[in-house]
Design a protein around this ligand. Structure first.
Ligand SMILES: [Zn+2]
Length: 185
């Protein structure tokens, strides 16, 4: 789903364009009254379904919240009931992995093997969601990198993407509907 909210300048221009050109008034006045100061640009919303995430539901929700705090052009949102989600989250007894089918689409497996070895569940969830947002692994790598994953060791619990990882996700979703990048539309 593509959601773009622009208020202030552009909305004001749209509202004003009609009368200034002596043409019929353009009926978009309600937008301008929202308050010129507010500006938010979300190019894409990726929905996720945690119904299969079992004991990792809270960790996935925290991972999604961390991404929503970290980037502006895409939002991870729980799927509405009865709707088909872009991303399915499944808990299993294997090693964590992601199977993307397109940018912002696919299945994430939160594997208990890594949790049993002491890896942070929130870092695992944020890392696997990073794959859904188009990021590759960066292994081996430092704890400051989210996509270094398990290569940073069990003592690394950092669930936040680095500046470079955030910038890559912003580029992945900026302007173009995510699907267009990998044929999702
Ligand atoms: Zn990975």
């Amino acid at each position: 789903m593509r959601v773009r909210t622009l208020t202030g300048g552009l909305a004001a221009v749209l509202v004003l364009s009609g009368p200034l050109l002596n043409g019929p008034a353009v009926a978009v006045a309600p937008v301008a009254s929202v308050g010129a100061a507010q500006r938010q640009v979300v190019d894409d919303v990726v929905t996720y379904d945690t119904s299969g995430a079992a004991e990792f539901k809270a960790a996935v929700e925290r991972g999604a919240a961390i991404w929503n705090e970290s980037v502006e052009t895409v939002e991870l949102r729980p799927v509405a009931s009865g709707q088909r989600a872009d991303v399915r989250i499944v808990a299993d007894d294997g090693w964590p992995r992601s199977v993307p089918t397109s940018m912002g689409n696919g299945t994430v497996y939160i594997g208990r093997q890594a949790v049993d070895q002491g890896y942070s569940t929130i870092r695992i969830a944020a890392h696997e969601l990073g794959h859904m947002l188009g990021l590759p692994d960066r292994k081996p790598g430092p704890c400051s990198s989210l996509m270094s994953g398990a290569s940073a060791g069990t003592s690394c619990t950092n669930p936040y993407p680095s500046a470079a990882e955030k910038a890559q996700v912003e580029r992945n979703f900026e302007g173009a509907p995510a699907g267009a990048l990998l044929g999702r539309t």
